[in-house]
Design a protein around this ligand. Structure first.
Ligand SMILES: [Zn+2]
Length: 210
């Protein structure tokens, strides 16, 4: 995936209290310590129900094409800090519409998608850019050299995440990549069991009922 770097990192609004923030039905909480131990500046992620279903719908659309191309978009949400690190909520998914290029192994957001991103950022009250998400159809969740180039150019804030989903695995293996305390991104790791997006969807449906 390729986008232009930009000079400023939008700041998500601070949240008043974690306890208040996590109260919504349909939310799914992920502890990133299960992937990265203490080597992560983001300790936990809350995924809102609307985010889960929006991502699922957007990727399902891409699966109708043959071969399945990469697709992606931007993650808006909020932020709080605790002793063990940042806590980030994924609340609104903004798909990258009309990418300049998309193929099974490459996605170029292009200028149109970035203009749409700026427009969206102005309209989503109370949320900031907390990361980006894209697919790796058939080539597993990890950050390629190009992905790292994008992240370092565009998502430099310590709380900003890169989410990568492989929609050609049965349950959509999903990697949540965060920054390590010393700065570089966590990446493909030996022995990590990825959270399947299907599991996130199921959990979200279950918590919605309570
Ligand atoms: Zn990639």
């Amino acid at each position: 995936m390729k986008i232009r770097s930009r000079s400023r990192a939008p700041q998500p609004p601070a949240l008043p209290a974690w306890e208040v923030w996590c109260a919504g039905p349909g939310d799914v909480r992920l502890d990133l310590g299960q992937y990265w131990g203490k080597a992560t500046q983001v300790a936990g992620v809350w995924i809102r129900r609307g985010f889960v279903t929006a991502v699922e719908a957007w990727i399902a659309e891409s699966m109708k094409q043959e071969p399945v191309p990469e697709t992606g978009g931007f993650c808006f949400g909020a932020l709080s800090q605790s002793e063990d690190g940042y806590r980030v909520s994924l609340e609104t998914f903004v798909p990258a519409q009309n990418p300049a290029h998309c193929s099974p192994d490459r996605l170029d957001f292009g200028v149109k998608a970035l203009l749409a991103l700026d427009a969206a950022a102005g309209e989503i009250a109370g949320q900031g850019l907390v990361g980006w998400l894209h697919t790796h159809p058939g080539h597993t969740p990890y950050l390629s050299g190009m992905d790292l180039h994008i992240h370092e150019g565009f998502f430099r804030a310590p709380y900003q995440l890169a989410v990568v989903i492989d929609p050609l695995t049965p349950d959509w293996d999903t990697g949540f990549f965060s920054r390590r305390p010393e700065g570089p991104m966590n990446n493909r790791a030996v022995g990590v069991t990825w959270v399947p997006w299907a599991r996130v969807l199921t959990l979200s449906e279950q918590t919605q009922d309570h």
